[in-house]
Design a protein around this ligand. Structure first.
Ligand code: FES
Length: 105
């Protein structure tokens, strides 16, 4: 799978990820700035907040209750397409586009 990360200034970076990686893990492993993943994916930090491109809205399980609670306290205000990228697990052949918020802290 591939992930295309768009920074707040419009800069794009495409990363080759492993099947089973989360969008957060793929960013951290490849040094993509702006996704911190401080809690390692346990839904307790919200520093992996991203805006998921609308075209992928049905490609992942819906926002869970814990994810929803954490999005409420994310450093950048949530939007309708906000997700915690540690919950977006990549499948073979997927090509996912996300935009990184202005700040995670
Ligand atoms: Fe902490 Fe996603 S990495 S909530």
């Amino acid at each position: 799978p591939k992930v295309c990360y768009t920074q707040p200034d419009g800069t794009e970076r495409v990363v080759e990820a492993e099947v089973g990686d989360s969008v957060m893990q793929a960013a951290v492993r490849n040094g993509v700035p702006g996704i911190l993943g401080q809690c390692g994916g346990s839904l307790s930090c919200a520093t992996c907040h991203v805006f998921l491109d609308e075209r992928h809205a049905d490609d992942f399980p819906p926002v869970g209750e814990d994810e929803d609670d954490m999005l409420d306290v994310a450093a950048t205000d949530r939007a309708d397409n906000s997700r915690l990228s540690c919950q977006l697990v990549l499948a073979a052949g997927q090509e996912v586009h996300v935009t990184i918020p202005e700040t995670q802290l």
